[in-house]
Design a binder for this molecule. Structure first.
Ligand code: CMC
Length: 387
């Protein structure tokens, strides 16, 4: 096949077949393994959704009990990794910590959790352990006592306990459970694609998830939720929303939490999180962020025709729990790891090296000039970037 026109950002390119996630961007629908996200958010749990993503079907009661038990057992970190986390400066960015900790974890894991179609144990291990990595780090940097494994807590409750060092309320645990369900997968988003590209070389699961975490970090992807909260704090009050948005748009800046490559209408995850933002805010007697976000939606839609995405409301829920903003994107990772690993397993099952082509637009046939004969100023091609 002859190379055709370049699709910048691979927009609308169908890269592979998958049975994991379906998005209808025009109707605002999202399905995991055929199940509507709205029903899963209403009736399911993160553990059950992880089972669904990995195994392709809903579990029986016994299967869910076994998986839940296994995830709880797999929470404990190898001692050298715990010690390494304890040695990090408090200024370490949590996404950097998470990326490097997953990479380092591979050094301490047994052979049987390494690559290949049978590596579902690795998927479970990574999903179970990310909250522990975050909790260990956050507790150390804020001078709190180390974590206990707390095998009686659900994934969401353990994550909250890990970072907050207190018992979460039922409402908090359920709100986070729903957020974890909503973030668990999203078809070929950038980080999942990165994971699949890595897996397609027959590299291991830990390398694939390390690639994915590095990709999620960027503000155009998972990093947007933290930036939304920075914007809300800059705005401060509802009567300033209009002014700040217009200023930003006049400077051609993006408003984080809005727009999506696939959804042309409202992201269904934003619809669900909006309700939780209101619910948690009302329970706390603090609707400050919720009200700012409602106004922000109104102004951004009027000015740019953009709809909210999943990142708009999540931070407003986490902030009310007392979670610091630099843990918002790591929380996204602690959920999306279920989807990343499901995609990596699917990639191993239907392996084809992912290797697109580029349309070359640079010069050709340049004459090589020996270094001693080159002019001092090499011209714009060499000077375009700062050293
Ligand atoms: N604020 C202002 N303008 C925007 C925004 C925004 N959030 N999103 C898109 N636009 C404008 C953009 O400037 C462009 O305008 P013009 O045609 O006049 O240059 C037009 O809309 C099309 O933008 P695009 O970048 O070609 O569209 P895309 O499909 O590549 O963008 C996006 C998708 C998510 C990168 C983009 O909407 C964005 O930067 N949003 C803000 C970051 C954000 O919230 N990211 C989270 C995404 S959802 C969770 C996830 O997947 O991680």
């Amino acid at each position: 096949m002859e190379p055709s026109e370049v699709q910048r950002g691979l927009q609308d390119v169908v890269a592979l077949e998958s049975r994991i996630c379906f998005i209808d961007g025009r109707e605002g629908r999202l399905l995991y393994r055929g199940y509507d996200i709205r029903e899963l958010a209403e009736r399911s749990t993160f553990e059950e959704v992880a089972y669904l993503l990995w195994y392709g079907r809903l579990p029986t009661a016994g299967q869910l009990r076994d998986l839940t038990q296994r995830l709880r057992e797999l929470r404990i970190l190898p001692e050298p990794l715990r010690a390494w986390i304890g040695s990090l400066p408090a200024t370490t960015a949590p996404m950097d910590l998470l990326r490097t900790a997953v990479s380092a974890l591979a050094l301490f894991e047994p052979e049987e959790t390494r690559p290949g179609p049978s590596s579902i144990g690795g998927a479970q291990r990574l999903t179970a352990v990310l909250p522990t990595i975050l909790g260990e780090f956050h507790r150390r940097r804020s001078g709190r006592p180390p974590l206990a494994p707390r095998p009686e807590l659900s994934a969401a409750a353990y994550l909250l306990y890990a970072v907050l060092d207190r018992e979460p309320t039922e409402l908090e645990a359920r709100a986070l459970d729903v957020a974890l369900i909503l973030h668990a997968d999203h078809e070929l988003n950038a980080s999942t694609f990165a994971a699949r590209v890595t897996a397609s070389t027959l590299s291991d699961l830990y390398s694939a998830v390390t690639s994915a975490i590095g990709t999620l970090k960027g503000p155009l992807h998972g990093g947007a939720n933290e930036r939304v909260m920075e914007l809300l704090d800059e705005i401060g009050s509802v009567d300033r929303v209009e002014e700040v948005v217009k200023e930003r748009l006049a400077r051609h800046e993006r408003i984080m939490g809005f727009g999506h490559r696939v959804y042309k209408v409202e992201d269904p995850r934003a619809t669900i999180l909006r309700r939780w933002s209101e619910k948690v805010g009302a329970a706390r007697g603090n609707l400050h962020y919720y009200e700012l976000l409602r106004k922000l939606e109104e102004v951004v839609h009027r000015e740019k025709g953009l709809y909210p995405n999943v990142d708009l409301y999540s931070g407003s829920v986490y902030a009310l729990f007392g979670i610091p903003p630099d843990l918002f994107t790591p929380l996204f990772a602690a959920s999306r790891v279920a989807g990343w690993t499901a995609h990596v397993l699917e990639e191993y099952d239907d392996l084809r090296l992912i290797r697109p082509t580029a349309k070359y637009v640079g010069p050709t046939d340049l004459a090589y000039v020996p270094i001693g004969e080159r002019p001092d100023d090499p011209g714009p091609a060499g000077a375009a970037r700062p050293a």
